[in-house]
Ligand binder design. Structure first.
Ligand SMILES: [Zn+2]
Length: 146
């Protein structure tokens, strides 16, 4: 049998990914109004943040939109211990945040705090970026308020 060899390499492929209908509406609200929107499933009433077009449980359209937060509860947290070009700061803190009115949690960076002072259950608020472009980074980070 012939041995098949591999050749490790890297390719760089420029790519533009569509945010889709639901996330575009979500990002525009962040950019233009500094509001965080969720979408509600018409069958099970679950509120998704970030919003989904279709409920993953019921396969029903999530066509009811509502503003959530801005405050939320820290559900979990962690700190990246390795550098990455994707990180804005060295050893960023990440939090899983359940916004008021939402049934799902989402991941974002935490700021104005440190790992030792974080506790599950603390209340957080978003800090919006001064220059917003229509991305999840229009929320610069969440800060602890209690
Ligand atoms: Zn549902």
């Amino acid at each position: 049998m012939n041995e098949i060899l591999t050749h490790p390499s890297r390719i760089k492929v420029p790519y533009t990914w569509s945010a889709g209908e639901a996330l575009s509406r979500f990002f525009k609200a962040l950019r233009d109004e500094q509001k965080i929107l969720g979408s509600r499933c018409l069958k099970c009433r679950k509120v998704y943040v970030p919003p989904k077009k279709t409920c993953g449980t019921c396969f029903v359209e999530c066509s009811e939109w509502l503003e959530v937060g801005p405050s939320g509860t820290l559900v979990s947290f962690s700190q990246a211990s390795y550098p990455s070009p994707a990180h804005r700061v060295l050893k960023p803190l990440f939090g899983l945040i359940r916004l008021e009115g939402a049934d799902t949690s989402f991941l974002h960076m935490l700021g104005e705090t440190n790992l030792q002072s974080l506790k599950i259950g603390v209340k957080v608020l978003p800090v919006f970026a001064e220059k917003r472009t229509g991305s999840i980074l229009d929320i610069a980070y969440f800060k602890v308020i209690s």
